[in-house]
Design a binder for this molecule. Structure first.
Ligand code: ZN
Length: 149
């Protein structure tokens, strides 16, 4: 039986220190972390409730594409010239909203925005993000920080 009760909140990204999203399934002890800043990914999954499989991608940036479908591509290695070409084409494709999309790399602790404009929240450290969320939504009784892209 798959237990769908999960708690989603923002946490400090273990890779870049900005705000990442944690999706925590307390009962099955499965957990997902994804960072829409640096592209870090963490998955802890189980098929039988006993053996857990952990997948991790150290983030090297990501492409956030807003269009009909919307899409995020997380990079798990430094971007190659070919990939850069591919993502640039995708960014400028007809069905992509260039105002809302962006292409970011993250290497050696440095963010570079290659295309588009990231959100205001993108630039905040987790602490700054948390402060902003508390001001906006009030303090959560469990200390959970809400999610905002
Ligand atoms: Zn991150």
């Amino acid at each position: 039986m798959i237990d769908m009760t999960s708690v989603m909140c923002s946490i400090e990204c273990p890779n870049c220190g900005r705000s990442a999203i944690e999706d925590n399934y307390y009962k099955s002890e499965e957990k997902y972390i994804y960072c829409y800043r640096c592209g870090y990914l963490y998955k802890r999954m189980t098929k039988d409730g006993v053996n857990f499989q952990v997948d991790k991608n150290k983030g090297y940036g990501h492409l956030s594409k807003k269009s009909g479908e919307g899409k995020a591509v997380f990079f798990n290695s430094q971007m190659t010239i070919d990939q850069l070409g591919e993502y640039t084409n995708e960014f400028y494709s007809e069905n992509t909203s260039q105002e809302k999309s962006y292409l970011i790399t993250y290497e050696d602790g440095v963010f570079r925005c290659l295309l588009g404009t990231p959100t205001d929240n993108f630039h905040l450290s987790f602490e700054e993000f948390k402060e902003k969320m508390i001001k906006k939504y009030g303090e959560d009784e469990f200390g959970l920080v809400p999610i905002e892209v």
